[in-house]
Design a protein around this ligand. Sequence first.
Ligand SMILES: Cc1cc2nc3c(=O)[nH]c(=O)nc-3n(C[C@H](O)[C@H](O)[C@H](O)COP(=O)(O)OP(=O)(O)OC[C@H]3O[C@@H](n4cnc5c(N)ncnc54)[C@H](O)[C@@H]3O)c2cc1C
Length: 417
Amino acid sequence: MRFSGLRILKEGLTGNKGWAPHWRNPAPKKEYDIIIIGGGGHGLATAYYLAKEHGLTNVAVLEKGYLGGGNIGRNTTIVRANYNLPGNSEFYSHSLKLWEGMEQDLNFNTMMSQRGVLNLFHSDGQRDYAARRANSMRNQGDDAELLNRDQVRAMVPYLDFDNGRFPIYGGLFHERGGTARHDAVAWGYARGADQRGVDLIQNCEVTGIDVENGKVTGVQTTRGAIRAKKVGVVVAGRSSQVAAMAGMRLPIESHVLQAFVTEGLKPCIDHVVTFGMGHFYISQSDKGGLVFGGDLDMYASYAARGNLPMKEHVMEAAMTLMPVIGKARVLRSWGGIMDMSPDGSPLIDKSGIEGLYLNCGWCYGGFKAVPGSGFSFAHLIAQDRPHGPAARFRLDRFETGQGIMDEEGTGSQHNLH
Ligand SMILES: Cc1cc2nc3c(=O)[nH]c(=O)nc-3n(C[C@H](O)[C@H](O)[C@H](O)COP(=O)(O)OP(=O)(O)OC[C@H]3O[C@@H](n4cnc5c(N)ncnc54)[C@H](O)[C@@H]3O)c2cc1C
């Protein structure tokens, strides 16, 4: 089933009776060449690229809940390639290029909107860092523009420019950044993988990983044992728990991150705006809701909900940056479980066990990484060697200290990232 303008017109005129389900609902087979644990954005993208780029279709994605019910459906949908350090810079640049071709590639409307991401700065020191970051972005071939206070004011006049603590000095504008509809990304990859023969198996929780003589042989699940030659673990906030099934202790802590949405309003915020000093960022959804969030709840947890003190903190930051937001009514808040790594950068690597591969540590930035991560992880699993742009996402950097990518310079304290 392909989407096209003509098809939509025809279905619209004939009662929308011709649409078929986007994917099958197969029972698990006894054995696959490759099992991907986790049907979030990264797991589904991995399965898609395994099939599309490497012709590997005897693949199953095992999801304990429903496809897209994890962080992929809970994030604030920001897409960007504005990293500073080698390693991250080339990876996110590659990922953004995949975003730019995603809708055509998947034949699915992911509502990709390159509306621009504006990072505000509020001191000379922050401006210097923004300038360095802009240079790195340009060196990488991505776009970056340093805006002064007047240019920012012309773009986002509704902000409080003369706040006593955080006067706005200017901003770093990344025009190709923006937003996309998060669950449509999961659905698009799911549909593409299914069309190529991948089995997407929902309500199938992995409860054990079978290892014999240092080699993975399959998994135990709530729907029975399934054998596999290779297994990829892509379970975001549950990474430590699933890796522990194979006897591994990962350098990952799980923390809650909350987000908020207001009632629908007329278009008023054209870009993504971030206020790092106050831990606040905002954009407006296509339905009109103001979508915003802040920092982690600052304690390790597996609960996909947050606490009131962080809600208060985020609301205070919102009022500090843009007092006009006080007129909007918040409709909902929710939380997701973030897989925080010690340097705030991810892992895409082999484990110490043959045939077992790891993809985790995305912290609160893994949505924009979905296509790049899926592409690179599929390459690693298929070819047993790292994919260029993701080659620095090695597990052993936490053992040797070499190759640490501490983008925010916050040292080894996870929850400061
Ligand atoms: C509030 C919030 C805002 C965010 N904002 C942004 C943003 O603006 N931009 C950005 O880039 N990133 C953002 N993120 C981060 C981003 O959402 C995540 O980094 C990313 O979605 C994680 O990868 P995923 O999609 O594969 O995870 P998930 O969707 O969580 O997928 C993991 C899946 O594994 C499944 N699973 C777990 N254990 C098992 C098991 N034992 N067996 C089978 N399945 C299992 C889970 O059910 C889940 O579906 C945000 C996150 C949150 C919570």
